[in-house]
Design a protein around this ligand. Structure first.
Ligand code: TXA
Ligand code: MG
Length: 351
């Protein structure tokens, strides 16, 4: 068990002494949980392989699943990566700081443990004052999401406490994150560019900025064979609460959800329906318990709530959750990727 120091800071104006303390922890080879605009990260210095190993142990993460390197200024990109294509430089100048991660050729200055032995490195510049100040002080930070491997990514400091207390040297709690879903990862090492993981920047936006089409493979939609995963992390089961989830992908979800809920209730099961506000409105009175992830007309809200809803599910005391899918447009692509990976069963209907 590691002694964990917990700090609460103002997300916009963090106490400089906390930043300096955590910077010193990182410099001396420790690991620190810090907020980003997407989800919380668990960081170590990107140049320190020994410290990166501690991250894998703290998370119970397989050693073949590489970490994202976080930078705070463009110059640092040249420290961690090589061979930056012209169009990628243009895209990052628009999308950074922000939830956009690019896969590039790795520089030898990034520890091999961080890239899990791969010749590539995933890099992003987070848009969060605490993360930026910490990186400014310590240098590039390698960080996966700060959850125990397999659990939903943490969107609040409290969730990182539940997963990481006693496993890390420090936790900086700055409240709830803005997007609540991880960054969009694009592989720019080969053309045409492809999505490795859809995330908080819609693919449509990335394609527009890059001025070219981006391939969306089946795996990026949360479909297809895990063995053929593009990003090593995508072959593992993810975001999964203990409670089994049935995902309903339907053009008229209300009827499918109602039918399924009835079926399980008749079998004596306790059911929770997780759906859009609009669907819950029309289901009123038909199922005993419902939770909303937001409006189906506001994917920002749905993306922001989805991990929270998945995390809370195991505390609901139900046997099964029936979840309404969303349209795979804009942020809906990222939401469906997470829901399909969390689901134990997917039911598709056209009516
Ligand atoms: O928003 C985010 O991206 C958050 C915050 C903390 O920045 N980070 C995050 O990291 O979600 P993580 O480790 O939970 O997910 C990173 C994903 C994994 O699926 C990993 O396999 C993939 O990125 N990845 C990292 N480096 C890679 C590489 N060199 N090649 C292919 N995939 C890579
Ligand atoms: Mg993760």
């Amino acid at each position: 068990m590691t002694l964990t120091r917990v700090f609460h800071v103002d997300p916009l104006n963090p106490d400089q002494s906390v930043v300096e303390y955590c910077c010193e922890v990182l410099r001396s080879g420790g690991i620190v949980v810090f907020p980003t605009e997407t989800v919380y990260g668990l960081g170590a210095l990107a140049s320190n392989g020994e410290a990166a190993r501690k991250i894998f142990i703290a998370k119970g993460r397989p050693a073949d699943n590489p970490l994202i390197v976080h930078i705070s200024k463009l110059e640092q990109l040249y420290e961690v990566a090589e061979n930056m294509p012209e169009d990628v430089m243009k895209a990052v100048s628009v999308l950074w700081p922000g939830p956009f991660t690019v896969l590039l050729r790795k520089s030898p200055r990034v520890a091999k443990e961080v890239a899990a032995g791969l010749p590539t490195v995933a890099v992003r510049m987070p848009a969060h004052p605490v993360a930026l100040r910490l990186i400014d002080c310590a240098g590039p930070i390698a960080a996966p999401s700060a959850n125990i491997s397999g659990r939903p990514s943490p969107t609040t400091g409290f969730y990182t406490l539940l997963d990481m207390f006693g496993r890390v040297d420090a936790i900086i709690d700055a409240g709830e994150t803005l997007y609540g879903i991880e960054s969009t990862i694009i592989d720019t090492t080969t053309k045409p560019y492809k999505v490795l993981r859809p995330g908080a920047v819609p693919i449509e936006k990335v394609a527009e900025v890059l001025g070219q089409e981006i391939i969306v493979p089946e795996q990026a939609r949360g479909l297809g064979e895990y063995e053929k995963a593009l990003a090593p992390g995508m072959k593992y089961k993810h975001y999964s609460p203990e409670t089994p989830i049935i995902l309903v992908e339907s053009t008229s979800p209300k009827d499918a959800i109602q039918r399924l809920a009835k079926e399980y209730i008749e079998k004596g099961k306790k059911v929770l329906v997780i759906a859009s506000r609009e669907t819950i409105e029309v289901l009123r009175g038909c199922t005993p318990r419902t939770t909303s992830y937001g409006s189906r007309h506001n994917m920002f809200e749905v993306a922001r709530n989805i991990f929270k809803v998945l995390r809370e599910l195991d505390r609901e005391g139900v046997d099964i959750a029936i979840v309404e899918g969303v349209e795979e447009k804009g942020l809906g692509l990222a939401v469906m990727n997470r829901l399909r990976k969390a689901a134990s069963k997917i039911i598709k209907t056209t009516s």
